[in-house]
Write a protein that binds this ligand. Sequence first.
Ligand SMILES: Cc1cc2nc3c(=O)[nH]c(=O)nc-3n(C[C@H](O)[C@H](O)[C@H](O)COP(=O)(O)OP(=O)(O)OC[C@H]3O[C@@H](n4cnc5c(N)ncnc54)[C@H](O)[C@@H]3O)c2cc1C
Length: 458
Amino acid sequence: MAKYDYDLFVIGAGSGGVRAGRLAALSGAKVALAEEHRVGGTCVIRGCVPKKFMVYASEFAHEAEVAEGYGWSTGERIFDWKRFLEAKDREISRLSGIYVTNLSNAGAELVHAKARLKDAHTIELVGKGEVTANKILIATGGRPWKPTEFEGAEYAITSEEAFHLPELPKRIMVAGGGYIAVEFAGIFAGLGVDTTLVYRGPNILRGFDDDVRAHVAEEMKKRGVKIVLGSQHASIEKTDRGYLSRMTAGGDIETDLVMFATGRKPYVDGLGLENAGVALREGGAVVVDKFSKTNVDNIWAVGDVTDRINLTPVAIREGAAFAQTEFYDNPTTFDHDMVASAVFSQPPVGAVGMSEAEARHVVGKVDIYLSRFRPMKTTFYGGDERCLIKLVVDASTQKILGCHVVGDDAPEIIQMAAIALKMGVTKQQWDSTCAVHPTLAEELVTMRDKYVPQGAAA
Ligand SMILES: Cc1cc2nc3c(=O)[nH]c(=O)nc-3n(C[C@H](O)[C@H](O)[C@H](O)COP(=O)(O)OP(=O)(O)OC[C@H]3O[C@@H](n4cnc5c(N)ncnc54)[C@H](O)[C@@H]3O)c2cc1C
């Protein structure tokens, strides 16, 4: 008789957990997953997917303006938030259902319960008893974090609630400068909400290239987002008309809703990791090695709960590498270098590799190629939006270290650029690629002159 109920027990049926659990089950292992909310996790239920639907919905307003410039008469534009929410929720349910079906087809069991460790092999399924497993995978993801130390912080919502607002506010303040804050500010502004983005730092999108950060902020302003930098909440007061945000840099701002997108934390609350002796970093992330193994020999962790690169495809690849290593006798690690990412801001960003500042710090001398221009779609109707394309090149080896794009289709463009950068492409090889005309992306392979900032000596 088997010593344990399961070969593998996965806690959390999100991006990482589902991939790992399904692959492990397909190897013939006896696998179960616990999910306390809905199968699909953050990405499908309250992250990437519903967010992208909201971006699509909000972009139509701008597209309609562009359409006018191309000869269309678009008439009165009315957006029905409730109708959108119903369609969004239908699609999310369909996608979640596909995850459930795939797990079941692979032979994995699904338990709808919160799971917590009692010891290194015993899992309590709250309200549903206990099970034991030889191997355990923690894939519990992250949760939004918001400050609580000031008066009225409880009035602010997070991205979790933003997907289910009973109605669209007329005015919103989004606090935060990361990609989630920037994306939601764009969404609300596009949907006609008077939007203010407040961030305590010197500019939005910390961690991205400085030229990208400045460019996105300027373009967002052109689309009507008010950006307040160097300030944060001192308090929030409820008023007859909404919420009054009092700011540390002065200036009170009244809106109907305040949303905090001020970061996320690994979700380890109530997980009982201490009962198994699993080590955590400061801030709560589970400590893992390159095989995603924790300090406890039979426990692994993948995805946002490990706080490495908190993106869906990364969680999936970490989960797959774990399954390959432990259930297919194929030791596999995931290489976290050159992971491309997108910000679905309006206009969107695609980035892979190092920012200019990072590259200067790491390799020293770099060549910069930079182009800011009005794309042909915009010049046609006299619009003033600009794209940005930037390459960061190692001056001695000519290897391209970073590629940054802001403009229509930047997330699609960057996926392809990432292949070349991952392969170690040099600027010369890159330039030997013939352009595709007329596109925005052709500019990437036609930048011949190094960028010299205005006023700098050549
Ligand atoms: C608003 C937003 C937008 C995003 N947009 C993007 C994007 O555009 N692109 C991108 O790549 N990434 C995006 N992300 C990040 C992405 O969603 C995460 O990186 C990804 O979902 C992480 O997967 P995971 O498996 O680690 O965790 P999750 O997907 O969060 O899954 C964890 C699951 O575990 C469950 N769980 C937790 N604890 C327990 C327990 N004790 N018992 C049972 N179940 C439990 C949770 O309910 C959840 O379903 C976004 C995130 C947010 C919040």
